[in-house]
Design a protein. Structure first.
Length: 118
């Protein structure tokens, strides 16, 4: 069992920045691909960014490319999402996900609210 806990959400003005963190429990963090998803009111949950187990490969939703950066520190069991040039449409609950293909294990955090508003 892996527990993931997000932090770092809050209220920010348009064009501002936030950094989200997701800390995972257990010694097997480096065996999981890590992702950030988000869900806005009335909308489906969508993938924002994903990073491979060692951090060498990343991919992003088109709507956040060039503005968001995902990274990970396997020594700290933590994945980050640096969000710059935030827009009101980035307002959502952001969820951290841990996924391991070999075992089909899939874990979610409880989410952290990001609100972009003046």
């Amino acid at each position: 069992q892996v527990h993931v806990v997000e932090s770092g959400g809050g209220l920010v003005q348009p064009a501002g920045s936030l950094r989200l963190s997701c800390e995972a429990s257990g010694p097997t963090f480096s065996t999981y691909a890590m992702s950030w998803y988000r869900q806005a009111p009335g909308k489906e949950r969508e993938l924002v960014a994903r990073i491979s187990r060692a951090g060498g490969s990343t991919n992003y939703a088109e709507t956040v490319k060039g503005r968001f950066t995902i990274s990970r520190d396997n020594g700290k069991n933590t994945v980050y999402l640096q969000m710059n040039s935030l827009k009101p449409e980035d307002t959502a609950v952001y969820y951290c996900n841990a996924y391991r293909l070999s075992s089909q294990d899939n874990y979610w955090g409880q989410g952290t609210q990001v609100t972009v508003s003046s």
